[in-house]
Design a protein around this ligand. Structure first.
Ligand SMILES: Nc1ncnc2c1ncn2[C@@H]1O[C@H](COP(=O)(O)OP(=O)(O)OP(=O)(O)O)[C@@H](O)[C@H]1O
Ligand SMILES: CC(C)(CO)[C@@H](O)C(=O)[O-]
Ligand code: BAL
Length: 283
């Protein structure tokens, strides 16, 4: 496996790469969720590129950019084991030699959920993903559905701007007790780690009720999720929403919606976690 930090070296390698080229964009501190994306890319692509870059553009001024966990040495050995051919790990100076006066903005889809709670977040994500697509020119790019809104935003950006890349959404990997894997789980104390289970538990219970046809509108399901999460000590709800997927519009009637996203975000102590389920009616 080759570690690449410079754009020039990347362009050189890219011009000689076996195709298809698969890209797994990450912010590092790799866990099994990331590794599942790398393994999937390995099955489907001749060249597998993992990018590791904590993108300052997608963090708000009071967010955890400085403290975001980083361990490049460990990441490199995990990426290699999972089958990566190259890791692109640029410095912020390499990606941002000067402040940008250009950015990519995806509207509407970013008005709700994490877009509403983290103003500017998806502008930063769309911009850095465009930079990575331009540098690496992947044929396929792999994204986790734990960040379901991110998948919808990137997919729409690629369609709107005719970017020549196939977006591959991949399932969320969980710890044995159901907690969605996340680099931010390391912030949790043992008590918080237990409390964090409420996100998955609420989604699991809501899924049973949706399957039983208990609700007509999305907002009834969202209220159920909000109640359950709010009742857990030490957990502060950020949002609970149930929207059509991938358009992220209100669900007026479950009967008429093919795919629906039930998404939650909450602070457990000071750690912000997200989780979701996609509910799909069989045709
Ligand atoms: N549990 C998971 N299962 C599958 N994919 C995941 C999981 N967690 C993250 N991913 C995906 O890995 C890619 C890189 O994500 P990122 O590096 O932000 O990791 P993360 O664990 O989501 O970090 P954080 O939760 O702290 O934002 C994204 O496409 C993300 O959706
Ligand atoms: C896609 C991404 C790597 C862009 O920085 C990030 O948002 C993430 O890790 O999901
Ligand atoms: N996986 C999303 C990256 C972030 O929280 O900024």
């Amino acid at each position: 496996m080759e570690v690449i930090s410079k754009q020039k070296q990347l362009r050189q390698r890219r011009s000689e790469a076996l195709q298809p080229v698969g890209l797994v964009p990450t912010m590092g501190y790799l866990h099994e969720g990331h590794l599942s994306l790398i393994r999937r890319a390995r099955q489907e692509c001749k060249t597998v590129v993992v990018s590791i870059y904590v993108n300052p553009l997608q963090f708000g001024p009071n967010e955890d950019f400085e403290h975001y966990p980083r361990d490049l040495e460990r990441d490199l050995s995990l990426a290699q084991e999972a089958g990566a051919d190259w890791v692109f790990a640029p410095t912020p100076e390499e990606m941002l030699p000067r402040p940008l006066v250009t950015q990519v903005m995806v509207n509407e889809l970013t008005d709700r959920l994490c877009g509403a709670s983290r103003p500017g977040h998806f502008d930063g994500v769309a911009t850095v993903v465009t930079q990575l697509f331009n540098l690496i020119q992947p044929d396929r790019a792999y994204f986790g559905l734990k960040d379901a809104q991110q998948v919808a935003v990137i997919q729409r950006m690629v369609e709107d701007l005719h970017m020549p890349v196939i977006i591959v959404p991949c399932p969320t990997l969980r710890e044995p007790d159901g907690l969605a894997m996340s680099s931010r789980n390391v912030y949790l104390s043992p008590t918080e780690r237990q409390r964090a289970l409420i996100l998955n538990r609420a989604l699991q219970e809501a899924t049973k009720r949706w399957e039983a046809g208990e609700w007509e509108k999305g907002e009834e399901a969202a209220a159920y999720l909000a109640d359950m999460i709010t009742s857990e000590a030490g957990v502060t709800l950020d949002y609970a929403e149930v929207l059509t997927y991938p358009d992220l519009e209100p669900v007026e009637s479950f009967d008429q919606s093919k795919a629906v996203l039930a998404a939650v975000a909450a602070r457990v102590g000071s750690t912000r976690l997200i989780d979701n389920r996609i509910w799909q009616r069989e045709e």
